[in-house]
Write a protein that binds this ligand. Structure first.
Ligand code: NDP
Length: 341
């Protein structure tokens, strides 16, 4: 069973050379009735948060990411879509297509207690279950509807807008009757937002020397909702442009994952007087919206009201560059690795 490991803790930006492809026998529990399910992995989700699990933390850094550290040499759990090849659990049969916590490996032995869900393999491409109908979709949906509580006509700003989560937030915001502007790191991405994904406007943040005045230009009436995927200077600039009672969904801080030095101090007096809500969230705490998320998003897909943008590379050996690429802005849409059948 081939799998990907980190060779050492990663400090700073990840590189392909931090990873290694290894092979080890597939270990099944010897216990009778162990209820294990062996899944052949088809699509692996490649997510920025994993970097926070690969870093070294000092004993005084009590961050929650440190609690789920990935040790060098250890298998790396990750969401994905796969097909059941052996099942000791009566809820699953051979050839069922499932989604859940798998790993950056060819086959995953899913032990009882790990969430594994069967999906309908026929209606949508299988990859959608790891992107628009997977955790990225849930993150965008829960963060936008549960945290931001949008009202028709409000102004919405989304960072990393052409990425997996951002591209969906912008589309939900348009479906909710909001005015939406996204920022992204290249012209191709900006064009995609405006021409294919229905954003009202978009800009390349790398070409803006002053983010605060750029946002003032794009939002002359101020920002009601900021969906933050990046943190640091963009968060500071967005808060400076927020309206009274503005909401910030603090979804991700990718610009700070590899470089804590990028952190900025927010103007908290401004936050107080403008009564801004800044709320961090994890998608997995919002499973109460899961059924509504799947049914409404599936319906939007059926009626061509939403588009899934995916960036798929092939083969387990492409995992390191797909992962490192997230931090270089290589990806457009959801980063997935497809494993050959
Ligand atoms: P994306 O598909 O958006 O990929 C990451 C993108 O981030 C890159 O393509 C790049 O786009 C941008 N980026 C990379 N480095 C920087 C930087 N230094 N400054 C600004 N932008 C940068 O990833 P996801 O959609 O999967 O994740 C988006 C965010 O949401 C991440 O921060 C992630 O950790 C978070 N997240 C949070 C979840 C939660 O439950 N709270 C769940 C899932 C994701 P560009 O070219 O535009 O710079």
């Amino acid at each position: 069973n081939k799998h990907i490991i980190i060779k050492h803790a990663i400090d700073g930006l990840p590189n392909e050379s931090d990873f290694e492809l290894r092979s080890a026998p597939l270990v099944l529990s010897a216990a009778q009735g162990s209820k294990e399910v062996v899944v052949k992995n088809l699509f692996l989700s490649i997510d920025p948060y994993q970097l926070n699990r690969m870093k070294t933390y000092s004993s005084t850094q009590k961050t929650s990411a440190a609690a789920t550290r990935i040790q060098p040499g250890q298998r790396i759990d990750a969401f994905g879509v796969g097909k059941v090849v052996v099942s000791g659990n009566q809820e699953f049969e051979r050839d069922d297509v499932v989604v859940g916590l798998l790993a950056w490996e060819e086959y995953t032995v899913v032990r009882p207690g790990t969430t594994l869900t069967k999906v309908d393999p026929h209606e949508f491409p299988l990859s959608y279950h790891a992107s628009i109908l997977g955790t990225s979709g849930l993150t965008a949906y829960a963060g936008f509807y549960d945290i931001c509580k949008p009202k028709k006509g409000e102004t919405v700003f989304v960072s990393a807008a052409s990425g997996s989560v951002g591209s969906l937030v912008g589309q939900y915001a348009k479906l909710s009757g909001c005015y939406v502007v996204g920022c992204a790191g290249s012209k191709t991405k900006v064009d995609l937002l405006k021409e294919k994904l229905g954003f009202d406007d978009a800009f390349n943040y790398k070409e803006e020397p002053d983010l605060k005045s750029a946002l003032r230009r794009y939002f002359p009436e101020g920002i009601d909702i900021y969906f933050d995927n990046v943190g640091s200077a963009m968060l500071e600039a967005a808060v400076a442009n927020m309206n009274l009672f503005g909401r910030v969904a603090v979804c991700g801080a990718i610009s700070e994952y590899a470089d804590a030095g990028k952190r900025v101090a927010l103007d908290m007096v401004d936050v107080i007087y403008k009564r801004i809500t800044l709320r961090g969230f994890l998608a997995l705490d919002h499973l109460h919206v899961y059924a509504g998320f799947i049914s409404s998003t599936s319906d939007h897909l059926r009626h061509d009201r939403m588009r899934a943008v995916e960036d798929i590379s092939t083969g387990l050996e492409s995992v390191p560059s797909a992962f490192a690429g997230l931090f270089r802005g290589d990806n457009v849409g959801k980063t997935l690795v497809q494993l050959n059948e």
